[in-house]
Design a protein around this ligand. Structure first.
Ligand code: XIL
Length: 372
């Protein structure tokens, strides 16, 4: 063999060897949730500050190529932005907004009034005694005016009130409810609108497929509208499991849309792990003791379980597509399985697989399926 022909043979062999690598790379580049759904709705993800600052190039490229919307997983909550009365901290939120701006992504503010992750100073005076209604209203107004005012023009819309309704449809007896009374919800929407008349305003909650909750949310929408207040959309958190009732879920989308508001899935993930009781919830204080039987996939998900999730996600996205004229955004609660809160909720230390991308940022089989 001449030198020339052996060189060409080596080149050919190298090309053949490299082909799968390039094919995979090309596919990864083409596979974009953001692009695939751009005419239907925004596709979002919740991100934390580690991802913003230390996530690295691969993570950043993924967030940029896959998502058209961003929400802060924690850094815009009351305990983060106003940990001490009148001491506001917007460094993390500003960095997150800047990250999204560079990626040309829409930012949602999460969240203004919520019974969780709100510092205790909010409800008490300096002697630790609960404040009166007027003080509480003043604190709520100040918080909302300052936070919404700070992000004015940078955040498209706010989860104004989060999780105000219980599973039986009654209003949660939160400190806001107990101190102010049921008009705290109206006041929160009023203050948010006064602070930024251009911002969209949302009510956000979990278990939104539950019929009792659905009815209560409809009542809430009507009440806000009857008082001349702005409400643009209902956020269905969508912390789902493979046994979630998609029929009821779809009925809620239809029912909210019928009230003349848009609908969004705001915290979507689909857990593959068993729920330890018969009452599913996303109330963050819920906690069950760890047991090995509750953590069946710690060394990897089985093909059978992955296939179940694939099927569920395809069904779910058929529903989203069918109702796309009423749906403005589908946001996943996290980027990859490794950083999902579900690994620690409602049982600490499990290994869950609830998101579109796995621990090495590889796309799940269903991602390609829903794009197709
Ligand atoms: C969760 C975050 O993902 C966790 O990092 C944090 O420790 C607790 O809160 N409903 C909501 C979200 O509205 O803000 C919650 O996020 C999950 C349930």
């Amino acid at each position: 063999m001449t030198n020339n022909s052996s060189n060409s043979l080596v080149k050919l062999m190298l090309m053949l060897l490299a082909f799968p690598f390039f094919a995979q790379k090309m596919e990864a580049q083409q596979l974009s949730l953001r692009d695939a759904f751009q005419d239907k709705f925004l596709i979002g993800t919740a991100i934390n500050m580690w991802q913003v600052r230390q996530g690295g190039e691969k993570m950043h490229n993924l967030i940029k190529s896959q998502y058209s919307a961003i929400v802060a997983e924690n850094c815009m909550k009351a305990e983060a932005v106003q940990p001490i009365e009148n001491i506001f901290n917007f460094k993390d939120g500003d960095d997150l907004v800047e990250f999204a701006r560079k990626n040309n992504q829409v930012v949602t503010g999460h969240c203004l009034i919520w019974h969780s992750q709100t510092p205790t100073w909010f409800f008490n005076n300096d002697k630790g005694v609960q404040v009166d209604r007027e003080t509480m209203i003043d604190r709520m107004r100040k918080h909302i005016y300052t936070v919404v005012g700070h992000f004015k023009g940078k955040v498209k819309g706010w989860d104004v009130v989060n999780e105000a309704i219980e599973g039986d449809g009654s209003l949660r007896r939160s400190n806001f409810y107990n101190i102010i009374g049921e008009d705290y919800i109206r006041l929160a929407f009023q203050f948010a609108h006064e602070a930024d008349p251009d911002a969209e305003l949302y009510y956000n909650d979990y278990s939104m497929d539950n019929p009792a909750k659905r009815e209560a949310v409809i009542k809430l929408i009507r009440d806000l509208k009857a008082h001349g207040l702005r409400i643009d959309a209902i956020g269905m958190q969508s912390h789902l499991g493979l046994d979630s009732n998609l029929k009821q879920y779809e009925q809620s989308i239809e029912a909210y849309a019928k009230e003349g508001v848009k609908v969004m899935a705001t915290e979507l993930e689909v857990s593959v792990l068993p729920w330890p009781s018969d009452q599913q919830t996303a109330e963050i204080s819920t906690n069950f003791a760890y047991q090995e039987t509750l953590n069946p996939f710690k060394n990897g998900i089985t093909a059978e379980m992955q296939a179940k999730q694939d099927k569920f996600m395809v069904e779910l996205f058929k529903i989203y597509k069918k109702h796309s004229k009423d749906i403005t955004r589908i946001t996943f609660w996290g980027v990859s399985d490794g950083d999902s809160w579900k690994n620690d909720f409602p049982v600490k230390g499990r290994t869950d697989y609830p998101l579109p991308f796995g621990r090495n940022l590889e796309a799940k089989p269903w991602v390609k399926k829903i794009i197709d």
